[in-house]
Write a protein that binds this ligand. Structure first.
Ligand SMILES: NC(=O)c1ccc[n+]([C@@H]2O[C@H](COP(=O)([O-])OP(=O)(O)OC[C@H]3O[C@@H](n4cnc5c(N)ncnc54)[C@H](OP(=O)(O)O)[C@@H]3O)[C@@H](O)[C@H]2O)c1
Length: 288
Protein backbone atom coordinates (compact mmCIF):
# COMPACT_ATOMS: atom_id res chain seq x y z
CA UNK A 1 0.00 0.00 0.00
CA UNK A 2 1.31 3.51 -0.74
CA UNK A 3 3.07 5.29 2.08
CA UNK A 4 2.54 8.94 2.93
CA UNK A 5 4.92 11.07 4.97
CA UNK A 6 3.46 14.29 6.37
CA UNK A 7 5.97 16.90 7.52
CA UNK A 8 4.62 18.92 10.45
CA UNK A 9 2.69 16.76 12.88
CA UNK A 10 1.01 19.31 15.11
CA UNK A 11 -0.02 22.02 12.70
CA UNK A 12 -3.63 22.50 11.67
CA UNK A 13 -3.06 21.32 8.09
CA UNK A 14 -0.96 18.32 9.18
CA UNK A 15 -3.72 17.27 11.56
CA UNK A 16 -6.30 17.51 8.78
CA UNK A 17 -4.09 15.39 6.52
CA UNK A 18 -3.62 12.76 9.23
CA UNK A 19 -7.38 12.67 9.82
CA UNK A 20 -8.21 12.04 6.14
CA UNK A 21 -5.23 10.56 4.27
CA UNK A 22 -7.39 9.17 1.45
CA UNK A 23 -6.15 5.86 0.09
CA UNK A 24 -2.77 6.13 1.86
CA UNK A 25 -2.94 3.36 4.43
CA UNK A 26 0.51 3.79 5.92
CA UNK A 27 0.92 7.31 7.17
CA UNK A 28 3.64 8.90 9.24
CA UNK A 29 3.28 12.46 10.50
CA UNK A 30 6.72 13.68 11.52
CA UNK A 31 7.13 16.56 13.95
CA UNK A 32 10.18 18.62 14.75
CA UNK A 33 11.71 15.80 16.82
CA UNK A 34 11.94 13.44 13.83
CA UNK A 35 12.17 15.94 10.98
CA UNK A 36 13.39 19.39 11.95
CA UNK A 37 13.46 21.46 8.76
CA UNK A 38 15.97 23.78 10.41
CA UNK A 39 18.47 20.96 10.89
CA UNK A 40 20.35 20.19 7.66
CA UNK A 41 20.08 16.51 6.79
CA UNK A 42 17.30 15.61 9.25
CA UNK A 43 14.41 15.39 6.78
CA UNK A 44 16.58 13.73 4.12
CA UNK A 45 17.60 11.02 6.60
CA UNK A 46 13.96 10.32 7.47
CA UNK A 47 12.92 10.12 3.81
CA UNK A 48 15.83 7.83 2.94
CA UNK A 49 15.04 5.56 5.89
CA UNK A 50 11.25 5.45 5.55
CA UNK A 51 10.99 5.47 1.72
CA UNK A 52 7.54 7.08 1.34
CA UNK A 53 5.66 7.11 -1.97
CA UNK A 54 4.57 10.68 -1.32
CA UNK A 55 5.66 13.50 0.99
CA UNK A 56 3.39 16.42 1.86
CA UNK A 57 5.18 19.34 3.49
CA UNK A 58 2.74 20.96 5.92
CA UNK A 59 5.55 22.27 8.15
CA UNK A 60 6.61 25.89 7.94
CA UNK A 61 7.54 28.99 9.89
CA UNK A 62 4.03 30.49 9.96
CA UNK A 63 4.51 33.32 12.49
CA UNK A 64 4.04 36.12 9.97
CA UNK A 65 4.83 39.03 12.29
CA UNK A 66 7.82 37.34 13.98
CA UNK A 67 9.39 36.73 10.57
CA UNK A 68 9.99 40.47 10.16
CA UNK A 69 12.72 40.43 12.79
CA UNK A 70 13.85 36.84 12.13
CA UNK A 71 13.77 36.57 8.34
CA UNK A 72 16.91 34.41 8.18
CA UNK A 73 15.42 31.92 10.62
CA UNK A 74 12.17 31.79 8.70
CA UNK A 75 14.04 31.33 5.41
CA UNK A 76 16.03 28.44 6.86
CA UNK A 77 12.77 26.50 7.38
CA UNK A 78 10.57 27.86 4.60
CA UNK A 79 13.19 27.81 1.84
CA UNK A 80 16.35 25.84 2.60
CA UNK A 81 14.57 23.14 4.60
CA UNK A 82 11.73 22.85 2.09
CA UNK A 83 14.19 22.61 -0.79
CA UNK A 84 16.18 19.91 0.97
CA UNK A 85 13.01 17.91 1.63
CA UNK A 86 12.03 18.21 -2.04
CA UNK A 87 15.48 17.11 -3.14
CA UNK A 88 15.36 14.05 -0.86
CA UNK A 89 11.85 13.11 -1.97
CA UNK A 90 12.82 13.38 -5.63
CA UNK A 91 15.93 11.26 -5.06
CA UNK A 92 13.77 8.63 -3.36
CA UNK A 93 11.29 8.62 -6.25
CA UNK A 94 8.51 10.04 -4.05
CA UNK A 95 5.90 12.62 -5.02
CA UNK A 96 6.52 15.92 -3.24
CA UNK A 97 3.63 18.25 -2.44
CA UNK A 98 4.55 21.56 -0.84
CA UNK A 99 2.29 24.24 0.61
CA UNK A 100 2.87 27.93 0.02
CA UNK A 101 0.84 31.06 0.57
CA UNK A 102 -1.19 33.82 -1.03
CA UNK A 103 1.20 36.19 0.77
CA UNK A 104 3.64 35.83 -2.13
CA UNK A 105 1.36 38.43 -3.73
CA UNK A 106 0.80 42.06 -2.79
CA UNK A 107 -0.57 45.17 -4.31
CA UNK A 108 -3.84 46.94 -4.78
CA UNK A 109 -7.24 45.25 -5.15
CA UNK A 110 -7.75 43.75 -8.60
CA UNK A 111 -8.71 40.40 -10.08
CA UNK A 112 -7.77 37.10 -8.36
CA UNK A 113 -4.19 36.05 -9.13
CA UNK A 114 -3.48 33.20 -11.56
CA UNK A 115 -0.45 30.95 -11.04
CA UNK A 116 1.61 32.82 -13.62
CA UNK A 117 1.00 36.27 -12.08
CA UNK A 118 4.19 38.01 -10.92
CA UNK A 119 4.71 37.54 -7.18
CA UNK A 120 5.42 40.65 -5.10
CA UNK A 121 5.49 39.79 -1.39
CA UNK A 122 5.02 42.69 0.99
CA UNK A 123 6.49 41.01 4.07
CA UNK A 124 9.39 38.80 5.17
CA UNK A 125 7.21 35.69 5.57
CA UNK A 126 6.00 36.05 1.97
CA UNK A 127 9.58 36.47 0.74
CA UNK A 128 10.73 33.31 2.53
CA UNK A 129 7.76 31.32 1.21
CA UNK A 130 8.44 32.55 -2.34
CA UNK A 131 12.08 31.47 -1.96
CA UNK A 132 10.74 28.11 -0.77
CA UNK A 133 8.58 27.67 -3.86
CA UNK A 134 11.60 28.27 -6.07
CA UNK A 135 13.85 25.98 -4.01
CA UNK A 136 11.28 23.16 -4.14
CA UNK A 137 10.66 23.37 -7.88
CA UNK A 138 14.37 23.64 -8.65
CA UNK A 139 15.24 20.64 -6.46
CA UNK A 140 12.31 18.53 -7.64
CA UNK A 141 10.74 19.66 -10.95
CA UNK A 142 7.93 17.09 -10.61
CA UNK A 143 6.81 18.61 -7.30
CA UNK A 144 3.50 20.40 -6.76
CA UNK A 145 3.50 23.73 -4.93
CA UNK A 146 0.07 24.73 -3.68
CA UNK A 147 -0.56 28.30 -2.58
CA UNK A 148 -3.29 28.44 0.05
CA UNK A 149 -4.98 31.35 1.81
CA UNK A 150 -6.45 31.98 5.25
CA UNK A 151 -6.26 28.36 6.40
CA UNK A 152 -8.60 27.63 9.33
CA UNK A 153 -9.60 24.55 11.29
CA UNK A 154 -11.23 25.60 14.57
CA UNK A 155 -8.12 24.22 16.24
CA UNK A 156 -7.49 27.30 18.36
CA UNK A 157 -4.74 29.22 16.59
CA UNK A 158 -6.72 30.25 13.51
CA UNK A 159 -8.82 33.32 12.69
CA UNK A 160 -12.31 31.89 13.41
CA UNK A 161 -11.13 30.46 16.76
CA UNK A 162 -9.72 33.87 17.67
CA UNK A 163 -13.05 35.53 16.81
CA UNK A 164 -15.09 32.98 18.79
CA UNK A 165 -12.71 33.31 21.76
CA UNK A 166 -12.81 37.13 21.73
CA UNK A 167 -16.60 37.11 21.64
CA UNK A 168 -16.59 35.80 25.20
CA UNK A 169 -15.16 39.07 26.47
CA UNK A 170 -15.93 41.75 23.88
CA UNK A 171 -19.27 42.89 22.46
CA UNK A 172 -17.59 44.55 19.46
CA UNK A 173 -14.42 43.66 17.54
CA UNK A 174 -12.62 45.78 14.94
CA UNK A 175 -11.60 43.75 11.89
CA UNK A 176 -9.92 44.97 8.71
CA UNK A 177 -12.32 45.45 5.83
CA UNK A 178 -9.76 46.50 3.19
CA UNK A 179 -7.93 43.17 2.79
CA UNK A 180 -9.49 40.54 0.54
CA UNK A 181 -8.97 36.79 0.87
CA UNK A 182 -10.43 33.36 0.15
CA UNK A 183 -10.30 31.52 3.48
CA UNK A 184 -9.90 27.77 3.26
CA UNK A 185 -10.88 25.02 5.69
CA UNK A 186 -7.84 22.82 6.40
CA UNK A 187 -9.84 19.69 5.55
CA UNK A 188 -10.63 21.01 2.06
CA UNK A 189 -6.98 21.89 1.46
CA UNK A 190 -5.87 18.48 2.75
CA UNK A 191 -8.25 16.70 0.36
CA UNK A 192 -6.75 18.57 -2.60
CA UNK A 193 -3.16 17.92 -1.53
CA UNK A 194 -3.90 14.20 -1.28
CA UNK A 195 -5.48 14.30 -4.75
CA UNK A 196 -2.34 15.94 -6.17
CA UNK A 197 -0.15 13.35 -4.46
CA UNK A 198 -2.13 10.72 -6.36
CA UNK A 199 -1.94 12.53 -9.72
CA UNK A 200 1.50 11.59 -11.10
CA UNK A 201 1.29 13.98 -14.07
CA UNK A 202 0.51 17.06 -11.96
CA UNK A 203 3.44 19.36 -11.25
CA UNK A 204 4.25 23.02 -10.77
CA UNK A 205 2.27 25.82 -9.17
CA UNK A 206 -1.37 25.54 -8.10
CA UNK A 207 -3.70 27.91 -6.27
CA UNK A 208 -6.23 26.70 -3.73
CA UNK A 209 -8.79 29.24 -2.60
CA UNK A 210 -12.34 28.86 -1.38
CA UNK A 211 -15.27 30.97 -2.39
CA UNK A 212 -16.98 33.28 -2.03
CA UNK A 213 -13.95 35.52 -1.60
CA UNK A 214 -14.39 38.42 0.79
CA UNK A 215 -12.79 40.79 3.32
CA UNK A 216 -11.61 39.67 6.77
CA UNK A 217 -14.36 41.81 8.35
CA UNK A 218 -16.97 40.00 6.28
CA UNK A 219 -15.44 36.67 7.23
CA UNK A 220 -15.51 37.66 10.92
CA UNK A 221 -19.21 38.57 10.57
CA UNK A 222 -19.87 35.11 9.12
CA UNK A 223 -18.05 33.54 12.09
CA UNK A 224 -20.35 35.42 14.47
CA UNK A 225 -23.51 34.67 12.47
CA UNK A 226 -22.70 30.98 12.84
CA UNK A 227 -21.95 31.33 16.56
CA UNK A 228 -25.25 33.17 17.08
CA UNK A 229 -27.17 30.40 15.31
CA UNK A 230 -25.43 27.84 17.55
CA UNK A 231 -26.37 29.77 20.69
CA UNK A 232 -22.74 30.74 21.39
CA UNK A 233 -21.28 34.12 22.33
CA UNK A 234 -20.96 36.40 19.32
CA UNK A 235 -19.85 39.98 18.72
CA UNK A 236 -20.52 42.90 16.41
CA UNK A 237 -17.89 43.49 13.76
CA UNK A 238 -16.61 47.05 13.44
CA UNK A 239 -15.02 47.34 9.99
CA UNK A 240 -11.65 49.11 10.19
CA UNK A 241 -8.87 49.90 7.73
CA UNK A 242 -5.39 48.40 7.74
CA UNK A 243 -4.09 51.83 8.76
CA UNK A 244 -6.06 51.42 11.99
CA UNK A 245 -4.56 48.00 12.76
CA UNK A 246 -0.80 48.24 12.39
CA UNK A 247 1.20 45.06 12.90
CA UNK A 248 4.93 44.34 12.47
CA UNK A 249 4.34 42.72 9.04
CA UNK A 250 2.35 44.42 6.29
CA UNK A 251 -0.46 42.36 4.73
CA UNK A 252 -1.44 42.38 1.05
CA UNK A 253 -4.58 44.37 0.27
CA UNK A 254 -5.76 41.76 -2.19
CA UNK A 255 -4.28 38.26 -2.31
CA UNK A 256 -7.27 36.46 -3.78
CA UNK A 257 -6.28 33.41 -5.78
CA UNK A 258 -7.77 31.95 -8.96
CA UNK A 259 -7.79 28.18 -8.59
CA UNK A 260 -8.97 26.77 -11.93
CA UNK A 261 -5.68 24.89 -12.49
CA UNK A 262 -6.12 22.92 -9.26
CA UNK A 263 -9.75 22.16 -10.09
CA UNK A 264 -8.71 20.75 -13.49
CA UNK A 265 -5.87 18.66 -12.01
CA UNK A 266 -7.91 17.15 -9.17
CA UNK A 267 -11.45 17.16 -10.55
CA UNK A 268 -12.49 18.85 -7.29
CA UNK A 269 -14.44 22.14 -7.41
CA UNK A 270 -13.24 25.16 -5.44
CA UNK A 271 -14.38 24.64 -1.84
CA UNK A 272 -17.07 26.76 -0.22
CA UNK A 273 -15.66 28.05 3.08
CA UNK A 274 -19.16 28.23 4.58
CA UNK A 275 -19.31 24.44 4.78
CA UNK A 276 -15.82 24.33 6.27
CA UNK A 277 -16.67 27.05 8.80
CA UNK A 278 -19.49 24.91 10.27
CA UNK A 279 -17.04 22.03 10.66
CA UNK A 280 -14.50 24.35 12.24
CA UNK A 281 -17.07 25.56 14.77
CA UNK A 282 -17.86 21.92 15.63
CA UNK A 283 -14.14 21.25 16.15
CA UNK A 284 -13.75 24.40 18.24
CA UNK A 285 -16.68 23.44 20.49
CA UNK A 286 -15.34 19.90 20.93
CA UNK A 287 -11.94 21.21 21.98
CA UNK A 288 -13.32 23.38 24.81
N1 LIG B 1 -2.46 29.38 8.39
C1 LIG B 1 -2.73 30.08 7.30
O1 LIG B 1 -3.59 30.97 7.29
C2 LIG B 1 -1.99 29.79 6.01
C3 LIG B 1 -2.31 30.53 4.87
C4 LIG B 1 -1.66 30.26 3.68
C5 LIG B 1 -0.70 29.27 3.64
N2 LIG B 1 -0.39 28.57 4.75
C6 LIG B 1 0.65 27.52 4.67
O2 LIG B 1 0.03 26.29 4.97
C7 LIG B 1 0.98 25.40 5.55
C8 LIG B 1 0.41 24.82 6.83
O3 LIG B 1 0.11 25.89 7.72
P1 LIG B 1 -0.69 25.66 9.08
O4 LIG B 1 -1.77 26.68 9.12
O5 LIG B 1 -1.02 24.23 9.29
O6 LIG B 1 0.45 26.11 10.11
P2 LIG B 1 0.65 25.76 11.64
O7 LIG B 1 -0.61 25.30 12.26
O8 LIG B 1 1.36 26.94 12.22
O9 LIG B 1 1.65 24.52 11.59
C9 LIG B 1 2.96 24.65 11.16
C10 LIG B 1 3.72 23.43 11.61
O10 LIG B 1 5.07 23.54 11.16
C11 LIG B 1 5.87 23.04 12.18
N3 LIG B 1 7.23 23.55 12.12
C12 LIG B 1 7.64 24.82 12.32
N4 LIG B 1 8.97 24.87 12.24
C13 LIG B 1 9.40 23.60 11.98
C14 LIG B 1 10.67 23.01 11.80
N5 LIG B 1 11.80 23.71 11.91
N6 LIG B 1 10.73 21.69 11.53
C15 LIG B 1 9.62 20.95 11.47
N7 LIG B 1 8.38 21.45 11.65
C16 LIG B 1 8.30 22.77 11.91
C17 LIG B 1 5.22 23.45 13.47
O11 LIG B 1 5.70 22.61 14.47
P3 LIG B 1 5.53 22.95 16.04
O12 LIG B 1 4.12 22.54 16.35
O13 LIG B 1 6.56 22.10 16.68
O14 LIG B 1 5.76 24.41 16.19
C18 LIG B 1 3.76 23.24 13.13
O15 LIG B 1 3.36 21.93 13.47
C19 LIG B 1 2.25 26.24 5.73
O16 LIG B 1 3.12 26.00 4.65
C20 LIG B 1 1.77 27.67 5.66
O17 LIG B 1 2.78 28.55 5.20
C21 LIG B 1 -1.02 28.79 5.94
Amino acid sequence: MPRLLILGRNGQLARALSAAPGPFETVQAAGRAEADLAEPGAVARLIEAWRPDAVINAAAWTAVDDAEAQEAGAREINARGAGEAAQAAGAAGARFIHVSTDYVFGGAPGAPFAEDAAPAPVNAYGRTKLDGERAVLEACPGACVVRAAGVFSGGGADFPSAMWRLAHTRPEIGVVDDQLTGPTWAGDLAERLIALALAPDASGLFHCASGPQLSWAQFAAACFDLAREAGLPHAQVRPITSAGYVRPAARPADSRLASTRLEAATGLPAPDWRTGLSKALDAWRRSR
